[in-house]
Design a protein around this ligand. Structure first.
Ligand code: NDP
Length: 346
């Protein structure tokens, strides 16, 4: 085995959208596992929108990555050395290995992958954190009922496509919002959504709202919030009484000052928005999936067989090479990914 590994470190904090200069590709000595630890050779790593938040030095539910620190993230890889009874060399594991070719990590912080659950990349998307997020957010806070209408944006990503397909299987009308005609076609043809609107085709929230009104003739019962921005502004007035809004993410604002800042350039619609929540008796639930891992076995038991049978579909967008992770990540934030963004490392 080589005595060097590679990693991508946070070189500087971005102002606005990240640029390649914010990252540095570095060589380092190969680490050796201590007691209870394993050494993993990373095969595939996940790129996720939350990583943008880790680049800011801002108060959040998680610590920022320090300058010079390895970019954080989930990955799957092969165990090459083990000082734990839980893993043998040759096993495949999921863990927070970071943007790196290799990682040493306590064995009890990793999950052994079961080949019966499909390709190892599935552990990063459809059967990993994002798919689990879609399932939990929809079932717990969306409380879907047959005959209702659900809208979800970032519709072809791993969260949105899980939400849409589950809601469809439960008898809801499902309307997606995605960036571009190709993604809209993917939402309807691959994932079975009833309709999908291209948010880039509408200049402002009221134009998008008019199109949504046509696509949702009975109003909207569940808005699964992934993006914020113009989409949120378009949707709020269309919510039906007793509607539910699981707040999962707000990617439209991630590059504009982070959470809590006066981020977007939207008008100050807060009083109007707040009044709609009141007079339409809306339930609005923010959630962070890392607080709910106790539900993961139930998710795997329910959704795993549906993925294995092809009932739940998934699409992966695999970039080649650790050194290309920053560009792929920048692309993800701009919506250039088609499906779950993954990087092939080994
Ligand atoms: P995706 O793979 O769908 O990638 C993000 C997508 O967001 C882009 O492809 C793009 O899709 C869309 N997007 C980017 N900018 C905008 C914008 N300004 N307006 C509308 N859409 C935009 O991501 P995931 O499925 O992994 O995640 C979806 C959301 O869920 C994110 O907000 C993420 O932070 C959140 N999340 C939250 C978790 C939690 O615990 N609460 C856990 C996991 C994810 P398009 O081109 O189609 O618009």
């Amino acid at each position: 085995m080589t005595d060097q590994m590679h990693r991508i470190a946070l070189a500087s904090r971005p102002t606005g959208a990240p640029t390649p200069d914010n990252f540095s590709f570095e060589a380092a000595d190969m680490p050796t596992p201590g007691d209870g630890e394993i050494l993993v050779k990373v095969h595939y790593m996940s790129l996720d929108p939350y990583m943008r938040g880790r680049m800011d030095d801002a108060k959040s539910y998680a610590q920022p990555v320090p300058i010079g620190g390895t970019m954080e993230g989930g990955a799957v890889g092969e165990v090459v050395a083990s000082n734990s009874d839980a893993f043998q060399p040759g096993d495949f594991a999921f863990g927070m290995f970071g943007w790196a070719s290799h990682a040493v990590i306590p064995a009890n912080q990793c999950r052994k992958l079961d080949p019966a659950h499909g390709p190892i990349t599935a552990a990063l998307g459809v059967l990993g954190m994002p798919g689990f997020t879609g399932w939990h957010g929809l079932m717990e806070y969306g409380r879907p009922k047959e005959g209702e209408t659900l809208v979800v944006a970032a519709a072809t990503g791993p969260v949105g496509s899980m939400v849409g397909q589950l809601a469809k299987s439960l008898g809801l009308r499902v309307v997606g919002i995605a960036g571009g005609a190709d993604k809209c076609q993917m939402a309807t043809d691959t994932f079975g959504f009833d309709a999908c609107l291209d948010h880039r085709a509408y200049d402002d929230a009221s134009a998008l709202r008019a199109a949504l009104k046509e696509a949702c003739p009975k109003g909207i019962d569940i808005y699964f919030e992934n993006v914020g921005g113009k989409v949120l502004e378009a949707i709020i007035p269309l919510m039906n009484p007793f509607g539910r809004i699981p707040i999962c993410g707000m990617i439209a604002w991630y590059n504009a000052g982070g959470l809590g800042a006066n981020a977007g350039d939207e008008k100050d619609n807060l009083p109007k928005l707040w009044r709609t929540v009141l007079v339409n008796f809306l339930s609005v639930n923010g959630f962070i999936i890392s607080n709910h891992w106790d539900r993961y076995p139930a998710f795997l038991a329910e959704v795993g067989p549906k993925v294995a049978s092809g009932e739940i579909k998934f699409v992966e967008d695999i970039a080649e090479g650790l050194e290309n992770a920053p560009q792929a990540f920048i692309g993800l934030l701009e919506g250039r990914n088609k499906g779950k963004q993954i990087v092939k490392v080994a």
